[in-house]
Design a protein around this ligand. Structure first.
Ligand code: NDP
Ligand code: GDR
Length: 331
């Protein structure tokens, strides 16, 4: 039985990836940080097959101990401070977890798996945020990076050190440059879930307004369940490599808001939405759209859920949750 260790098991992607690996017959271990992690019960209820291992990306010796205990065939590094807005407020923490955390995990893999013919395969969760202020569209694996946030800068370091460990020590290390991917499991702090949750509550009469920041930025939004398949496929190839994972379609935040309100029949939605400088960022990423041709050709990967299906899935989920909480029927 193959063994996989996932950092970020309590996050959106960690939970979809755990389900995928379990369905492929893996023994799945999830790295859990903190002495009383508030999300552990939720993960254990959703994914009872996951075995937790206590460690933190800020603590090298805990990572070494986790690897010694699990003896994994594959390590997926999804753990990070992943919220771009927070990274402006906690830049040093972001650099430490999202950037240096990658280096610590790679070092731990070298220490546990050996310097030569290391058998552990490694996946790094890189991000389209690394492209930042783009001068080339769509973005491909060779597009130069110009990060626009402490998060983006930390991800560039994580990406570069992954490539460097592959080049230097022959590690089987891959970096997936994933564009935004969403789902009903998306954290409420991210714009898509914030919107679908507010739209559900407004439709149910539980909320009056949705307060947002800049509605002009454009993102290439896909479905997280599709994207974790690409992560797994990357570690099943003969040679390690880096891949862009994206849908190739871009929409503005305003387009997303429009689609979500229209899904519940509130086509005339402008009156429900206000903007607040609190939600604007010191520097913005205006346009992201990826070209995943390499992933299509080499991994045989393609997304299955499109933009409209994604919005509908998320709004329907929030309608169910919010109606149940309030003791209402979904209209
Ligand atoms: P989430 O924010 O949902 O999850 C982040 C995870 O990181 C949580 O499980 C969190 O654990 C964990 N974590 C935070 N700090 C530490 C730490 N010090 N040590 C160990 N684990 C820690 O992110 P997603 O699931 O959306 O994303 C997964 C990865 O992919 C992230 O690295 C993200 O940056 C990257 N990415 C995401 C994209 C997206 O659109 N979703 C696109 C491109 C890249 P806890 O719950 O205990 O805080
Ligand atoms: P992003 O996702 O920064 O692209 O990073 P997020 O959903 O936070 O923002 C997308 C865009 O929406 C604009 N925006 C708002 N964003 C939030 N969160 N809240 C608001 O109220 C709001 N109003 C407008 C933002 O300014 C931005 O332009 C995500 C994360 O998952 C990263 O970890 C990942 O690497 C990238 O996607 C790819």
């Amino acid at each position: 039985m193959r063994r996989a260790l996932i950092t970020g098991i309590t996050g959106q992607d960690g939970r979809y990836l755990a389900e995928l690996l379990h369905s492929q017959g893996y023994e799945v271990f999830g790295l859990l940080k903190g002495q009383n992690n508030p999300r552990s019960d939720m993960v254990q209820a959703e994914l009872p097959f996951v075995e937790f291992v206590a460690a933190d990306l800020q603590d090298l010796s805990s990572l070494v101990a986790a690897l010694e205990q699990v003896q994994p065939d594959e390590v997926y590094n999804l753990g990070a401070i992943s919220f771009v807005a927070l990274s402006f407020k906690q830049a040093e923490l972001t650099a430490n977890v999202t950037g240096l955390g990658v280096l610590r995990l790679l070092e731990a893999i070298r220490m546990v798996g050996g310097s030569v013919n290391n058998p552990i395969r490694f996946y790094q969760a890189s991000s389209s945020e690394m492209f930042g202020k783009v001068r080339e569209s769509p973005q491909v694996e060779t597009t130069p990076f110009y990060p626009r946030s402490p998060y983006g800068c930390a991800k560039v370091f994580g990406h570069d050190i992954t490539v460097n460990y592959r080049d230097s020590y022959g590690l089987y290390a891959c970096s997936g440059i994933l564009f935004n991917h969403e789902s009903p499991r998306r954290g409420i702090e991210f714009v898509t879930r914030k919107v679908t949750n507010a739209v559900a509550r407004i439709k149910l009469g539980l909320q009056e307004t949705l307060v947002l920041g800049d509605m002009d930025p454009r993102r290439d939004w896909g479905f997280a369940g599709d994207y974790v398949k690409a992560m797994w496929l990357m570690l099943q190839q003969d040679e390690p490599d880096d891949y862009v994972v994206a849908t190739g379609h871009t929409h503005s935040v305003r387009d997303f808001v429009n689609a979500a309100f229209c899904h519940v029949g509130l086509d005339d939605w402008e009156g429900f939405v206000t903007q607040d400088p609190r939600f604007f960022r010191p520097a913005e990423v205006d346009l992201l759209v990826g070209d995943a041709t390499k992933a299509h050709e080499k991994l045989g990967w393609k997304p299955e859920v499109d933009f409209e299906q994604l919005v509908a899935m998320m709004v329907e989920n929030d309608l169910q949750i919010e109606a149940a909480k309030a003791g209402l029927k979904v209209p």
